[in-house]
Write a new protein. Structure first.
Length: 678
């Protein structure tokens, strides 16, 4: 009988019998400090583990009002609402701050009142973009784990803080219990060598990474940046790179803590002498402990990449795609006319970014080209104050830039300065999806603040003029390798009531990147009266009209890779659950789909080798195929046995995941926790 091993790019090997000697990566060491629900007291956290986590902080922004509604559902008159740990929660208003309508002001006031009533940290509209505030105020502290209900919480990794996104139900669960769940992702290592040339920025680095490694090399992974090149990057540049690991497909991106980090924190401490989170004592403690979080020798990485910073040159992403990049020199030769330019957003509107834009403007003659609208917004009120003190802000205004308040604004299609039909924009933001910054008939390119400023001066996409043409020989980026596979067998503890195994006939839906609209059509998404039975009847309607004829209750659905990509509608998971499909196996899942499934008590398992074998055996001519094979999923052994003798190892279903499945989802899990505390 042949034993097939989980692909290491998706899941790394673990040996629960020898946890005390398993080497750990930086990410795994950080998570270890915030984990509970482990298989045993001496378990070392490894990639693939389902665990309960108690993050240091949870941040919500304008979506706080939606989280409030979910939170209040946990309580009644006998059990009035009460947050578990007021010091854990942070509110920041930043997304729609230009909207002065009665409805929005009312929403903002309700969030502020909730914060006052529960004595949680609140930052009003105008203080800044939430992620920047988290960094500036010491909430995103190095070597801790911090989550936010926003995809760009990856940014905290620039300071060596493990930042990762959660969904709204998770945030409500943390408010109520202090905890949520996490599956530790595969870990990628990116070695940085060399040093950036003058005029080349961190934004150019992450655009290059997205463009060179654009085949999902780090999809749903946590990326650790290492190497001698790290020390040459400022904190602002590290924050930019970590921020856009989101667009690269990663769940987190993190830099090591070093002297550059400590110096930045010391400067912040001097500017915020009354902020205990930035105290000298806390910085000293960090200095003493930071070396303990270096990756262990022999730590396993799903993939290892390398990039030579000395060979990075200005590049732009787009139009309308993050992972399509072009040399700015190449674009300049095409004389692509622009109508709007932006230095805004959480990725590139810090002091260094505004200073670089101001320098380019000043050296380029000090005026924006006729017919170009140039929008600037500081990442925070602190950034604005420092930029004004330096004189950079005034240079931008004198050149004709249009100022916007510290917030998200045009980056997410809100407020002033949106792109209109037929316009071309170049932006120092992190996303240029079609229609995100305005009209779907506009085109958007992403680039560094220097490129944006030079383009605003010239009126077409242009490269800054102060960059050396000298390049060292060799490629910019290379793939070093992946971790070795393992066939270690893992026994798993099962809680009372959780089945030791599930069996069913395999139905193959081979398509990769099957989006949520294919699984659950968007036209039903906002029909609140639709019943579970009706959800079940329309499952996979847009994918294959024959699906409902082929599938039967009790079948095990096997999908392709990146199953459930697209929107965050949770019905894409629940409709399959209601259809009587006990679980879904896929090569990989969209992380949002996985969270929605687990939060609704529905099990999904990644087994890429099984998917590859089934595709090879049955082909891809039929969208939905009853294979005639029976699978037995053995949770106590973390093995899937397929009729005919094939075996596939899978990631163990941890205690917290078992509990979520048994109870029927995260909301029931929270209610259970609260009832136990009554």
């Amino acid at each position: 009988m042949k034993l097939r091993r989980f692909n290491p790019v998706v899941n790394l090997a673990r040996n629960y019998a020898t946890h005390n000697v398993v080497p750990q990566t930086m990410v795994e060491k950080i998570v270890q400090q915030f984990a509970s629900g482990l298989q045993s007291e001496d378990q070392k956290v490894s990639s693939g583990d389902y665990i309960s986590v108690k993050p240091l902080h949870v941040m919500t922004h304008d979506n706080t009002s939606a989280v409030m509604k979910k939170f209040l559902q946990f309580y009644d008159e006998k059990n009035p609402p009460s947050v578990k740990d007021k010091n854990q929660i942070v509110f920041t208003l930043d997304h729609n701050i230009q909207d002065k309508s009665e409805d929005n002001l009312k929403k903002y006031k309700s969030i502020e009142n909730f914060a006052k009533n529960h004595n949680v940290q609140f930052y009003p509209a105008g203080r800044g973009i939430g992620h920047q505030v988290m960094v500036e105020e010491g909430h995103a502290w190095p070597l801790t784990m911090v989550v936010a209900s926003d995809s760009h919480s990856n940014m905290y990794g620039g300071l060596g803080c493990l930042g990762t996104p959660i969904v709204r139900t998770d945030a409500a669960a943390i408010w109520a219990t202090g905890y949520t769940w996490w599956q530790v992702p595969p870990i990628a290592k990116v070695e940085l060598v060399g040093e950036l040339r003058p005029g080349v920025s961190g934004k150019d680095v992450i655009i290059s990474l997205c463009g060179i490694f654009n085949n999902d090399e780090v999809l749903n992974m946590a990326v650790e940046f290492v190497g001698e090149g790290v020390k040459c990057l400022s904190i602002d540049e590290r924050l930019t790179i970590a921020n856009m690991t989101t667009e690269w497909g990663a769940l987190a991106g993190i830099f090591p803590v070093d002297e550059v980090t400590l110096d930045w924190l010391k400067d912040r401490s001097q500017s915020k002498p009354n902020n205990d989170k930035l105290s000298q004592n806390r910085i000293e403690q960090l200095s003493e402990s930071m070396n303990q979080f270096q990756p262990d020798k022999g730590a396993r990485y799903a993939i290892e990449l390398k990039i030579d910073l000395s060979r990075v040159s200005p590049h732009a992403s787009g139009p309308n795609h993050v992972k399509v990049m072009s040399s700015v020199d190449e674009l300049e030769n095409k004389k692509i006319k622009i109508h709007k330019a932006y230095v805004v957003s959480c990725v590139n509107s810090r002091v260094q970014d505004l200073a670089e834009a101001a320098r380019v403007i000043k050296e380029g003659g000090g005026r924006i080209a006729d017919g170009v609208e140039f929008y600037v917004a500081p990442a925070s009120s602190d950034v604005l104050a420092e930029s004004q003190q330096r004189g950079d802000w005034q240079i931008l205004l004198d050149a004709g830039a249009k100022p916007l308040p510290p917030g998200c604004g045009p980056c997410i299609g809100l407020g002033a300065g949106l792109l209109q039909d037929g316009e071309v924009g170049i932006s120092a933001t992190n996303r240029n999806f079609k229609g995100r910054m305005g009209s779907t008939k506009a085109q958007t390119y992403l680039a560094s603040p220097a490129v944006v400023a030079q383009s605003a001066i010239n009126g077409y996409i242009s490269s800054p003029k102060n960059i050396s043409d000298k390049l060292d020989s060799g490629p910019v980026g290379t793939k070093v390798g992946t971790s070795k596979q393992s066939t270690e067998k893992k026994s798993v503890k099962l809680i009372d009531g959780f089945p030791s195994q599930i069996s069913g006939d395999i139905v193959l839906c081979h398509q990769d990147n099957l989006n949520t609209d294919g699984i659950y059509p968007g036209k039903y998404t906002y029909s609140e009266s639709i019943t579970p039975e009706q959800q079940a009847q329309v499952a996979m309607e847009n994918y294959d009209v024959n699906f409902q004829k082929v599938i039967k209750s009790g079948d095990i659905l096997v999908g392709g890779f990146n199953f459930g990509t697209g929107s965050s509608r949770e019905q894409a998971a629940t409709c399959l659950k209601y259809r009587g499909i006990p679980l879904v196996i896929a090569g990989s899942f969209s992380e949002t789909f996985k969270r929605n499934a687990t939060n609704n008590g529905y099990l999904v398992i990644e087994v890429p080798e099984l998917v590859r074998d089934l595709k090879e055996r049955f082909g891809t001519e039929q969208l939905t195929r009853a294979t005639g094979l029976k699978a037995v999923v053995k949770f106590d052994e973390s093995v899937i046995e397929v009729e005919g003798g094939e075996k596939y190892n899978m990631s163990p279903v941890g205690l917290v995941a078992q509990e979520l499945i048994l109870l029927g989802g995260l909301e029931k899990w929270v209610e259970n926790k609260l009832n136990k505390n009554l």
